[in-house]
Design a protein around this ligand. Structure first.
Ligand code: F6P
Length: 547
């Protein structure tokens, strides 16, 4: 860690105690223009309000100084220039190229990849149009009513999240389904409701080796062949992968194989052909709007000064909470039912990217890195885990996401939803003091003994930080904005922590061990010698339960 970075962290740590006696609610009272000062409007469609964090202009300046000490701006420019920023895999991380709707060249490794991207996207769009119109038919001549994406991680979470978020835009396309888990129940339950003669399968896998996806694809293929014969495979399967040779071996018709490139990380691949299921569901025009939303954020991230730069602010606020205030979790609560899978999507994006303990050059990280990300839609979360968020011993920063205009027709429901979102953010910030709790109980007619007994339970500490992302409506462009904002937030934090957010070596060991155990589990007679006593004992227990 350079002297400048150490000094910037130290300045933040020295600054934090100066806020200890301050209440966030008082910051609002003493500065009536706090909301204007601590919020950024991207345009008339998107607002980021971070005024409910207990920070001052001084805090912000110190966070920006830390970003500058880490050369955030030049690291960002290196990312966008197509440099091999993923240093452990020696490749670029240029998912932004997939949504760059300008005409400028997109250079990666000395090659302009724009023509490749546009040609592949056009191929995806043409196939999606054929499926949507009924021109592409199944083996018995019937159009497809259902599309099943078989993939996991980045080859599932993005398209699944987005198809649900944009379901009102998918009414004219086939229904989209997503099978990811190697638990056979996932495929079986999905197929139970479908007519195979009207079902298209998309096998989505960057590597085309992932155990879960290969197992599900093989089972789906077997089900199809049993129902419609071997020749049906060519008509009912499509694939998306960077490993086209491996796809060919599966027997999928070459015209239905869609590629992307190793400079697109799995959890950043929704913008690529991996979005095929989404494109079929919502149509090429809506998918283009989704790309536009991502591009809007890229342009903003590249040009806005750091103290007005939404992803930079999101990242730096997270650093404040994680490293200075020592907060280990971060909640994302969309007050938008159709964003129900957004927290799960973000779990992979954030935790697979920044869940690292080693710096880019292999040293030990000097500060705590990524927090645990979790969330559920509001208002449901309110009735589950908000008790802990309000009164528990740990403070968890929260992102609230909410639309100004409902996509569901009922204005009354949306007024309730919106009010709940703002009420929760206010309650977390404001809290309720002991005196306020007592006054409320007295007003309810309780005697002084009852007031003293009950009041401590009705205290809310407040000063629990949250941001609000307020967007006009959950349309394709807004969704693209939300996804790209979080992608860049994750990048910003990785720069501060000096880690590589684009590799995922931490998933390897479990995969290796699963491959070693699978034959032992499958073959009841195989020896468990050499396994630790716990693993061997659990296998023995399963053997007796299944014998
Ligand atoms: O297990 C982690 C992972 O490698 C993710 O990074 C990736 O998104 C997922 O597996 C699926 O990989 P693939 O697309 O190659 O099947």
């Amino acid at each position: 860690m350079s002297h400048a970075v150490a000094a910037a962290f130290l300045a933040l740590e020295t600054h934090a105690p100066t806020l200890e006696d301050t209440r966030t609610r008082d910051l609002f009272t003493t500065d009536p223009s706090r909301f204007e000062k601590f919020s950024v409007a991207l345009d008339d469609d998107f607002l980021f309000d971070f005024s409910k964090h207990k920070i001052t202009r001084g805090t912000l300046d110190l966070l920006v100084a830390l970003a500058k000490a880490r050369n955030l701006e030049s690291r960002r420019d290196a990312l966008f220039s197509g440099e091999a920023v993923n240093n452990t895999e020696n490749r670029a991380a240029m998912h932004m190229a997939l949504r760059d709707l300008s005409t400028r060249p997109l250079m990666i490794g000395g090659e302009n990849v724009r023509p490749l991207i546009e040609a592949e996207r056009e191929k995806v769009f043409a196939f999606a149009r054929a499926v949507r119109s009924g021109e592409a038919k199944g083996a018995t001549g019937l159009p497809f009513t259902d599309v099943v994406n078989i993939g996991i991680g980045g080859s599932d979470l993005g398209p699944a999240m987005a198809a649900r978020a944009l379901s009102p835009y998918g009414s004219e396309g086939p229904r989209a389904h997503f099978v990811s888990n190697v638990d056979g129940a996932d495929l079986a339950d999905t197929l139970a409701t479908l007519d195979l003669s009207r079902t298209l399968f998309i096998v989505s896998s960057k590597t085309f080796t992932t155990q879960e996806t290969m197992a599900n694809a093989a089972s789906a293929r077997a089900r199809l062949v049993a129902a419609l014969g071997e020749d049906a495979v060519a008509k009912h399967f499509a694939a998306v992968s960077t490993k086209l040779d491996k796809v060919a071996a599966f027997g999928i018709d070459a015209s239905r194989v869609f590629g992307f490139w190793d400079w697109v990380g799995g959890r950043y691949s929704l913008w690529s052909s991996i979005g095929l299921g989404l494109v079929i569901s919502v149509g090429p025009e809506n998918f283009t709007q989704f790309l536009q939303g991502g591009y809007d954020i890229d342009e903003h991230f590249r040009s806005a000064p750091l103290d007005k730069n939404i992803p930079a602010l999101m990242g730096l606020l997270g650093v404040w909470h994680r490293n200075v205030m020592k907060r280990g979790a971060h909640a994302v609560i969309p007050y938008d039912q159709r964003l129900a899978r957004f927290p799960a999507y973000l779990q992979q994006l954030d935790m697979e990217s920044n869940g690292k303990s080693v710096t880019r050059d292999g040293g030990l990280a000097t500060h705590q890195t990524g927090p645990v990300i979790f969330g559920e839609p509001g208002t449901n979360g309110q009735h589950a885990f908000f008790q802990l968020l309000h009164q528990g011993t740990d403070v968890t920063p929260i992102d609230f996401l909410v639309a100004a205009v409902p996509t569901a027709a009922d204005a009354h429901h949306h007024a309730l939803l919106f009010s709940n979102c703002l009420a929760q953010a206010e309650a977390f910030m404001r809290g309720r003091t002991l005196e306020e709790a007592k006054a409320q109980l007295r007003a309810q007619g309780l005697n002084e003994d009852e007031v003293d007994a009950l009041a401590p339970h009705k205290v809310f500490p407040g000063d629990r930080p949250s941001s609000v992302m307020l967007y006009r409506r959950l349309d394709p462009r807004t969704l693209g904005r939300l996804v790209a904002l979080y992608e860049h937030k994750v990048f910003v934090q990785s720069v501060i922590w000096d880690i590589n957010p684009f590799d995922q070596w931490g998933v390897e060991l479990g995969k290796e061990l699963a491959n070693r155990l699978a034959p032992i589990v499958e073959n009841g007679g195989a020896s468990t010698e050499g396994l630790d006593a716990s693993t061997a004992g659990l296998i023995a227990w399963r053997r007796s339960a299944t014998s």
